[in-house]
Design a protein around this ligand. Structure first.
Ligand code: SF4
Length: 298
């Protein structure tokens, strides 16, 4: 989808069903609604206009608001399941505590229906200001994942010039000291190892997984949008009994035209996280806490 900051959503109110409760006037972050003669009217927004966040549609008690534009259609209002089916805090904590990065998978394939559910979960992620410019490449089946892995490792090999010590030294003022060190001491050896393992017939990139997803985002988007979508997808996979592992090295593919061309990804898009998926071979028995570097109530 082409991202245009000046595009606006178009809210419409079906006046006959509007009760004049005024909720939309309070929910809209840009004050797009006001009440006139007991009915909601769409007015010019005070700041950006309608960004198609969907707050009014989600809140309206009679469902009489439709928003179209900025990626939203009349079909994007989904019924909410009953409140008592919502995961409790304990259930959510169990899901998050149980999830671990899985790098060994059984031979069992991943159902297409499960992939659809995972993708649907990603569409509910808070991906910044609409329209979401996040895309996903889905690789379903070991053969397709292996082709992806091979193409990605070939792209990493082509990145050699960019990660060459001389190039990195020249780029150090742009990268900054810490990034330069990370590229030199971590990213470069890691990508080299992935390429070498692939050449030796081993798959240390996608771990012989039976399914994979690769999240990418447009030049106007924040990379965080793709990461948040991938995180939602990962949690849904966990709830479906699938193991997953996030791949951060996929960001390197952003620099490879050939890879993008082959998979139909727009040239200016960047890759966020990859996600490999499958049925886990091993069971973990404990959750592991990762400490936050610093927490303070300021
Ligand atoms: Fe009318 Fe819906 Fe707005 Fe209430 S929330 S005033 S019913 S459009």
């Amino acid at each position: 989808m082409r991202f245009d900051w000046t595009d606006q959503g178009t809210p419409t109110v079906e006046a006959a069903r509007c009760t004049g409760c005024g909720l939309c006037t309070r929910l809209c972050p840009d004050q797009m609604f006001q009440l006139e003669n007991g009915k909601a009217q769409v007015v010019a927004g005070s700041f950006l206009g309608c960004i198609a966040c969907g707050h009014c549609v989600a809140g309206c008690p009679t469902g009489c608001i439709t928003v179209r534009g900025r990626g939203m259609t009349g079909d994007d209002a989904l019924p909410l399941p009953p409140k008592d089916t919502q995961a409790s805090a304990d259930q959510l904590r169990t899901l998050m505590l149980t999830r671990r990065s899985i790098r060994r998978f059984t031979a069992e394939p991943v159902d297409r229906a499960a992939l659809d559910q995972i993708l649907e979960a990603a569409t509910t992620a808070p991906m910044g200001i609409p329209p979401s410019d996040v895309g996903v490449l889905v690789f379903h089946g070991r053969d397709r994942v292996q082709a992806f892995s091979e193409d990605a490792c070939a792209a990493f090999a082509r990145l050699g010039w960019l990660l060459h010590p001389v190039t990195l030294t020249l780029m150090r003022p742009l990268l900054g000291k810490e990034n330069h060190r990370a590229m030199r001491d971590f990213v470069r050896p890691l990508l080299q190892a992935l390429v070498a393992e692939r050449a030796a017939g081993r798959d240390d990139f996608t771990y012989d997984a039976p399914a994979a997803m690769l999240f990418h985002y447009g030049p106007e988007s924040d990379g965080a949008d793709a990461h948040i979508a991938a995180t939602y997808a990962m949690l849904m996979a966990e709830s479906l009994g699938l193991g997953s592992c996030m791949l951060g090295t996929t960001a390197g593919l952003s620099h490879d035209k050939q890879f993008k061309q082959k998979y139909g990804v727009p040239p200016k898009n960047k890759f966020g996280l990859g996600l490999v998926l499958g049925h886990p071979q091993e069971v973990f028995r404990r959750g592991i806490r990762r400490r936050l570097a610093d927490v303070r109530f300021a």
